[in-house]
Write a protein that binds this ligand. Structure first.
Ligand SMILES: NC(=O)C1=CN([C@@H]2O[C@H](COP(=O)(O)OP(=O)(O)OC[C@H]3O[C@@H](n4cnc5c(N)ncnc54)[C@H](OP(=O)(O)O)[C@@H]3O)[C@@H](O)[C@H]2O)C=CC1
Ligand SMILES: CC(C)(CO)C(=O)C(=O)O
Length: 297
């Protein structure tokens, strides 16, 4: 099968490397420079320092030809991609962004079969063509706003790179958002790895404060189970530098608006006041500005 992956970052390179073992993949990059490097040398997946080279087509063109397109740009990079997709028809689109602000934009996109998903793979980008794999998880996807499972996405599923179908998109995205809204801004502000949030009793108190504020906004069931899950993810990813802290370290924009910013907007609509979350939002926006100005944290 032919599939296109839009966005040549950590996630896009990971999906291209794994899926190109069985499918004809085109990776749509942001720059000609990156496409040329990948076409010349292939993409390298580093695991415990050993590079595995993966070959697939890369292109900086914005003409997405494939019936199945997987979108792996960050939330704040979606706009130009969505305007190209709005001019196309009849594609199967899988959006893998963290956070939830893209959901409003997807409502406007017509003429396609749309799926949203969450990803629990851990990967970071080392260069234009190299990624470091910290752990393989799974892709959980669901039709948006509703529909059936996609034959094309099912074809991507494999034992060592699973795609798991769910009927209802909301709990899939909301659960991930809850986790990210608790872990990402705190690790960003405190400049600590994920595990510190459960190991340091003071940070643990802060984690609980954020959880208790944001949980009611999301209308999810079983608060106790979700609180346990947040703690488990901190422990299971104890040595991870969260994506938000990585972005701050690299002087890049973070996804705070699509996570904490989105939740504050929802809370506002419901007449709820989230002082701790609002404080975290301002802190990360301030750090973002500072780190961008300095180039790096
Ligand atoms: N990395 C991870 O482990 C995880 C990531 N995610 C989510 O997946 C999404 C992607 O994350 P990640 O891969 O880490 O982010 P990256 O910033 O590494 O990748 C995004 C890539 O998209 C490129 N891009 C931007 N605009 C366009 C465009 N119009 N056309 C083609 N390419 C474009 C960017 O190019 P440029 O660099 O030039 O801006 C960049 O290479 C995020 O929402 C993230 O939250 C979820 C779970 C885990
Ligand atoms: C789950 C978590 C917090 C793992 O680091 C993540 O998704 C992120 O860093 O964005």
């Amino acid at each position: 099968m032919e599939a296109g992956i839009i966005g040549g970052g950590a996630m896009g390179l990971l999906y291209a490397a794994f899926l190109s073992r069985r499918h004809k993949i085109t990776l749509y990059t942001n720059t000609e420079e990156q496409a040329a490097e990948i076409n010349e040398k292939g993409a390298a997946l580093l695991k415990e320092g050993v590079p595995g080279i993966h070959r697939f087509q890369a292109s900086a063109q914005r003409e997405y030809k494939e019936e199945l397109l997987i979108i792996t740009v960050k939330q704040f990079q979606l706009e130009p991609v969505l305007s190209v997709l709005a001019s196309l028809r009849g594609r199967t689109l899988l959006f893998l962004q963290n956070g939830m602000s893209h959901v409003n934009a997807l409502d406007q996109l017509t003429g396609h079969s749309i799926y949203t998903g969450t990803v629990s793979h851990g990967v970071s980008r080392e260069s234009l063509r190299e990624i470091r794999l910290n752990g393989i998880g799974q892709t959980v996807y669901a039709p948006f706003p509703e529909g059936m499972n996609s034959r094309l996405i099912q074809m991507l599923d494999s034992g060592d790179f699973p795609f798991v179908f769910q009927n209802d998109w909301y709990p899939v995205l909301a659960q991930k958002l809850l986790v990210n809204a608790c872990i990402n801004p705190l690790t960003g502000l405190l400049n600590v790895k994920n595990g510190e949030l459960v190991e340091n009793p003071r940070y643990f108190t802060m984690l609980k404060q954020v959880f208790e504020e944001v949980f009611p906004v999301l209308d999810l069931e079983d608060e106790h189970a979700h609180w346990k899950k947040v703690q488990e993810i901190c422990s299971n990813t104890a040595l991870n530098t969260s994506s938000m802290l990585q972005d701050l370290h690299n002087g890049r924009n973070t996804e705070i608006d699509s996570m904490t910013g989105y939740l504050l907007g929802q809370a506002d609509e419901k007449g709820m006041y989230l002082p701790v979350t609002a404080f975290l939002y301002e802190a990360i926006k301030g750090l973002e500005r500072d780190c961008r100005r300095r180039g790096k944290a």
